[in-house]
Design a protein around this ligand. Structure first.
Ligand SMILES: Nc1ncnc2c1ncn2[C@@H]1O[C@H](COP(=O)(O)OP(=O)(O)OP(=O)(O)O)[C@@H](O)[C@H]1O
Ligand SMILES: [Mg+2]
Length: 292
């Protein structure tokens, strides 16, 4: 079969896959340490999917493996139904990604940076620059040098760069990093609007609360291993964690906490027991667990 016919067959097979990202036993080691540990991931098309875990859990490494920026040691993967690395070119033509943080030429303007990135893509990418800038709310600053951009503006420019390829899949590594509450709100709305258009957004985060607000489904990763995954409503339904606090005046503390939204408070012999709803729990880093 000729290459063109093979591509056509691959495209048809890919379109039949219900998964935007699928991995089986995906593993990446750095020496003795396993950064991505036999990960089986299934990200349905057309949803916002959170890859949630503390610092060092292997979120960025998984993204780098998916994009072919580093090689897997074991396992298989597909993006938009295309087996990669075999059909990486076909897959990546419809993937936009930000890894770690977006990097640009600081001495050039936002628009000039997008022009350079568009030149490396299909011819239609150039025609998407203005709508991408408009979409992320940067049109009025597009002729400023990127050195003058705030962190939030760089994140927006990163998303605009993703849009140049009219992506079916966006992979965003910690897109809320460095954003103030208003910036986080805007980013969340942008992500949800992409999903409303039928695109899939995979984002990594260490913020449970943020993933809960933004995503439809989640995989929870700890030390490279996915420990749970599924629709967010199923995973978080009824989940709570109980924290015991030593306290010399538990009754007084209980009165102070009465009516607060911190969770269910019970007075115990030592102090207080507070049942926190999952959405209120920050993800601790392994280091903070180890040192506590
Ligand atoms: N190039 C590398 N060489 C050696 N070890 C690495 C390399 N990149 C990552 N690691 C290790 O792999 C593990 C996972 O790192 P990774 O950056 O993927 O975590 P992360 O979940 O993205 O963390 P963060 O929330 O801090 O961004 C860490 O223990 C890290 O030290
Ligand atoms: Mg990371």
């Amino acid at each position: 079969m000729s290459g063109a016919v093979l591509d056509k067959v691959s495209r048809r097979k890919a379109a039949d896959s219900p998964w935007a990202v699928e991995t089986h036993g995906l593993t990446k080691r750095f020496g003795e340490s396993v950064a991505v540990n036999s990960v089986d991931l299934r990200v349905p098309r057309g949803c916002a999917f959170g890859y949630l875990g503390p610092n060092g859990a292997g979120k960025t490494t998984l993204i780098r493996v998916l994009l072919g920026l580093t090689r897997a040691d074991a396992g298989t993967m597909s993006l938009l139904g295309y087996a990669v690395p075999r059909h990486r070119d076909l897959a990546l033509a419809r993937v936009g990604a930000i890894v770690d943080e977006p990097r640009f030429h600081g001495h050039l303007t936002g628009r000039q940076n997008l022009q350079i990135l568009a030149a490396a893509r299909e011819p239609a990418a150039r025609g998407r620059i203005e709508s991408a800038l408009d979409r992320v709310g940067l049109s009025h600053r597009a002729d400023d040098r990127v050195t003058k951009y705030s962190m939030g503006m760089r994140q927006r420019l990163g998303v605009a760069a993703c849009l140049l390829g009219d992506p079916q899949l966006l992979i965003l590594d910690e897109p809320m990093n460095g954003l103030d509450p208003a910036g986080m709100h805007d980013m969340r709305e942008m992500i949800q609007s992409f999903v409303a258009e039928g695109r899939t957004v995979v984002l990594s985060s260490h913020l449970l609360d943020e993933v809960e607000r933004t995503c439809d489904a989640v995989a929870i990763v700890d030390r490279g291993k996915v420990i749970r995954q599924g629709p967010i409503t199923e995973l978080l339904a009824g989940t709570s964690i109980e924290v015991e606090i030593d306290c010399s005046t538990p009754e007084a503390a209980n009165t102070l906490l009465a009516g607060s939204s911190h969770g269910q408070v019970t007075v115990t012999e030592q102090g207080l027991a507070i049942a926190l709803a999952a959405g209120r729990i920050a993800m601790p880093s392994p280091r903070s667990i180890e040192s506590s």
